[in-house]
Write a protein of this length. Structure first.
Length: 159
């Protein structure tokens, strides 16, 4: 079974969304053999990746950074979307952090990098804005010798 993990930005600029969606679809659909994907289901890239992977018939493993992770879904509809995707997961892994902190996010991202064959990064190439951000997880995965595929729209920066 092939295992693909994701790291990515919470805010994807609207002008990049269709190109990113197409890039993820081409990576996830039409795989020979079984595919398992790993995601923390954060708003933005993580949820987009998971939804496309499920549409393509992949098995989803959710990596939950903390005991209070759900409290971070504050905007209308965010929690429902998270719970809907989580409800379709074949497996759930919980990090041993009671509260959502940068360390918890880093631990979840590192777990995903440690346990995948390839990491997909929905990433503008810029440094992380806090510990556990996309740039940190890409750097960590590369330090392990993992294959990292960056999906982004050239010339577009996240807000």
């Amino acid at each position: 079974m092939k295992r693909i993990g994701v790291t990515g930005h919470r805010h994807i600029p609207s002008e990049a969304l269709e190109e990113i969606r197409a890039g993820l679809r081409s990576l996830l659909c039409g795989h020979d053999g079984s595919l398992e994907v790993l995601s923390s289901l954060a708003v933005g890239a993580d949820q987009l990746f998971a939804a496309i992977a499920l549409e393509c018939g992949a098995s989803l493993t959710v990596v939950i950074p903390s005991g209070d992770y759900e409290t971070g879904f504050a905007e209308p509809g965010e929690l429902a979307r998270y719970q809907g995707l989580k409800g379709q997961a074949a497996q759930e892994v919980r990090m041993d952090f009671p509260h959502a902190t940068d360390e918890a996010y880093y631990a979840a991202g590192a777990y995903i990098a440690d346990n995948c064959d390839r990491l997909v990064a929905v990433w503008d190439g810029r440094p992380a804005r806090g510990l556990g951000g996309t740039g940190d997880i890409v750097q960590y995965a590369r330090s392990l010798g993992k294959s990292v595929t960056v999906v982004w729209c050239d010339g577009v920066r996240r807000p």
